[in-house]
Design a protein around this ligand. Sequence first.
Ligand SMILES: *[C@@H]1O[C@H](CO)[C@@H](O)[C@H](O)[C@H]1NC(C)=O
Ligand SMILES: *[C@@H]1O[C@H](CO)[C@@H](O)[C@H](O)[C@H]1NC(C)=O
Ligand SMILES: *[C@@H]1O[C@H](CO)[C@@H](O)[C@H](O)[C@H]1NC(C)=O
Ligand SMILES: *[C@@H]1O[C@H](CO)[C@@H](O)[C@H](O)[C@H]1NC(C)=O
Ligand SMILES: *[C@@H]1O[C@H](CO)[C@@H](O)[C@H](O)[C@H]1NC(C)=O
Length: 248
Amino acid sequence: MIILVALVLIGVAVGVGVAVGTKKHGGSSTSLAAESATAGLSNNPSLSFTGTPTSSIQSSSSTSSPTSTSLSVLSAVYGASDVTDTAKSILPQKENIFIPTEPTLPFPDSWFGYRKCLALLLRYGSVDNQDLRTFIACEGTGNYTLVPGNVSLSPNTEATTNLGPSTSTFHIISVIWGPTEIRDSNIYQKLFDCASKSQAVSFSNEFFGQDTWNGTAKSAAVFYTTDNFSTVKNIFGREGQNASFSLL
Ligand SMILES: *[C@@H]1O[C@H](CO)[C@@H](O)[C@H](O)[C@H]1NC(C)=O
Ligand SMILES: *[C@@H]1O[C@H](CO)[C@@H](O)[C@H](O)[C@H]1NC(C)=O
Ligand SMILES: *[C@@H]1O[C@H](CO)[C@@H](O)[C@H](O)[C@H]1NC(C)=O
Ligand SMILES: *[C@@H]1O[C@H](CO)[C@@H](O)[C@H](O)[C@H]1NC(C)=O
Ligand SMILES: *[C@@H]1O[C@H](CO)[C@@H](O)[C@H](O)[C@H]1NC(C)=O
């Protein structure tokens, strides 16, 4: 009888332990956010990439009907591959988005042996063209928790700009070179010119005007829309590769 009671108690204890552990994993974002904020890339201004081909993949911007307080992934590039579908399926939408980079990021390694970075285009809320954000994190830089709410609450996250020229059928949303978002209207202009002349973009330090990750092979990601933000497309590639915008 005593043994039975003891077994039941152990069972309950284990159950509680599991429940607490699970909850903590998904929910203890405050300390992680604080930690990742300091583990960010602000001290490491140089990260980079090289590019290959270049598929341009179109990702729908609405999977799980976002609400005005949803934080949603619209498009994702890891290294030089599109991981939008994986990101949407494994990262919680609407709630905090937890992104570990240690020991690895939760995406397939399509560029073995290179230190890769993740670029996310996010939207807070449900209005197509409002409150878009870029998040960038590279392997081994800590864990990050992105929270629905003011952009300043999420580490490594910046509101997108409207730096470049645009038309009703072509708008560059965000430009990432290695570990850094490029916020230079000259580069937006160059990208716009490539699109309007149907020229390939050449992913290089020369094109982006700087080496954002000294001596390291980088990748690029450019997020854009051709339908007034209803859907988001991207081009990407490794340093040295080229890619062309898809204007259809
Ligand atoms: C980051 O998250 C991963 C996966 O959840 C975990 O294994 C690792 O211990 C975390 N690292 C830090 C520094 O919090
Ligand atoms: C977001 O936070 C910043 C800095 O804390 C503040 O200046 C800004 O007004 C806030 N934005 C909104 C929409 O609340
Ligand atoms: C784009 O959509 C916004 C609403 O989201 C609308 O106000 C604007 O007129 C649209 N622009 C074009 C060029 O259709
Ligand atoms: C990439 O684009 C640049 C500039 O447009 C061009 O000079 C170069 O030949 C292209 N390289 C490849 C591999 O297509
Ligand atoms: C970049 O790397 C080169 C050669 O490795 C080095 O000489 C230079 O000082 C580095 N620059 C920076 C800003 O770290």
